[in-house]
Design a protein around this ligand. Structure first.
Ligand SMILES: O=c1ccn([C@@H]2O[C@H](COP(=O)(O)O)[C@@H](O)[C@H]2O)c(=O)[nH]1
Length: 272
């Protein structure tokens, strides 16, 4: 999917919500546990109930890898279902990969060719040659971790090396790489006060922003400093939406939570 197609979808739906599909078998409604593939059944119901309210889904691969072959199969079925039934939706494999070049090539093939995701999250700390294999896929998007939502972000990302914060070096250096127009960046909603500086370096780039809801980040604060003329934001919420109910009404309850966020987004876009 091109960036323009993503922007068009955002404008059409008046939403820049990315719903996180972080499926934990201990948290899903018990009646699904008797089905053949509870993870997929859960995702399918959530997707069918919420697809009109969001523009992206972000399965975090850890939640699938944890269940071995069955988890990976459920991930494969989920992305196939999305690509077949809702091809306008932007898909994000939150896998946080990155390794020496030939290994990164295999990661890129796994997520872009085999699973056919539109994008994958990548850790930048092994440098240019570890990210290039992802960027070589010209019709796909590489989402680089810039300033993450967790407390540990302050351990390295905000440290100053040679006079510049490390997260700023990630943004500035990555902009010089070939096909950098296909880069997006992860910035935590809990770090909204850094967005003015971030927008000075990447004024147009899309930012994937997790941390609204369960982690305490504010949608309003993020939009105040991070919104661009083309929106430029994908706001992620996972637990706050998908675990709204643990009963048979779980999909409707998730849609209600998603609707609240979508309406807040619509109001922000109208006021722009
Ligand atoms: O900086 C980051 C990068 C990734 N994440 C991931 O986003 C979701 C957030 O889930 P919530 O339940 O809405 O808190 C999850 O998959 C994280 O691994 C992040 O939170 N922060």
């Amino acid at each position: 999917m091109t960036t323009q197609e993503l922007i068009d979808q955002i404008k059409r739906k008046k939403s820049f919500l990315a719903i996180g599909l972080d499926v934990d078998l201990n948290k899903i409604p018990p009646h699904l546990l008797g089905t053949e593939d509870p993870i997929f059944e859960f995702n399918k119901a959530i997707i069918d109930a919420t697809h009109h309210l969001c523009v992206a889904y972000k399965p975090n691969t850890a939640f699938y890898e944890a269940y071995g072959i069955k988890g990976w199969k459920a991930l494969e079925k989920t992305i196939q279902y999305l690509n077949d039934k809702y091809p306008e939706i932007f898909t994000i494999a939150d896998a946080k990969r990155g390794d020496i070049g030939n290994t990164s090539t295999m990661y890129a093939k796994a997520f872009f060719e085999d699973l056919a995701f539109d994008s994958v999250t990548v850790a930048p700390y092994m440098g240019k040659d570890s990210v290039e294999p992802f960027l070589a896929f010209k019709d796909k998007h590489t989402i680089l971790l810039a300033l993450t939502s967790n407390q540990g972000a302050f351990d390295f990302q905000t440290k100053t090396i040679e006079g510049k914060d490390v997260y700023k070096q990630v943004l500035e250096t990555s902009k010089t790489w070939e096909n950098s127009e296909n880069l997006m960046y992860v910035v935590g909603a809990t770090k909204a006060e850094y967005l003015t500086d971030i927008r000075r370096i990447v004024p147009e780039s899309f930012l994937l922003v997790p941390g609204v809801g369960a982690q305490g980040g504010s949608l309003q604060e993020v939009c105040k400093y991070g919104l661009t003329a083309n929106v430029g934001l994908l706001i992620n919420s996972s637990r706050g939406i998908i675990y709204a109910s643990t009963s048979t009404d779980f999909a409707e309850a998730a849609a209600e939570k998603a609707k609240v966020l979508q309406q807040e987004m619509e109001a922000i876009l109208m006021a722009q």
